[in-house]
Ligand binder design. Sequence first.
Ligand code: ZN
Length: 151
Amino acid sequence: METKPVSDIDDSLRSLVESMIETMYEAPGVGLAANQIGVPRRVAVFDAHDELGPRVMVNPEIVETEGEVEFEEGCLSVPGHYWEIARPAFARVRALDLEGNQVEYAGDGLLGRVLQHEIDHLNGLLLLDAMPKRLRKKALKELRDEGLGLA
Ligand code: ZN
């Protein structure tokens, strides 16, 4: 499911974000994109396990990446599965917050990873799309064996 940019930052968006944060913590997970819960809007929440707590990105775009690192990555859409996936080590993202102000999130480690993972979701890409062919084959088999399908 692809997403459409958010045009109005209003109460309905704010209550969507509130329930997304709840869903993320209940899962539990470190990030959630709106289209994972069936809402095709360009908004995601994340908590990179730092002192800043839950954060929101509205209409996010990656503006810079650097390096490459393998990182054990999972997804709330395929619970319980983790794969070593190579991505840029560092990412810088420009987005809007819930007041409509432009904000930037940048970092490596878990933060860099979750930013890229959630923006992939908003672009209609799954974790499987970020895998090299051989790993994707293995992952698909794992998911099939569990009857999870393509998630
Ligand atoms: Zn995910």
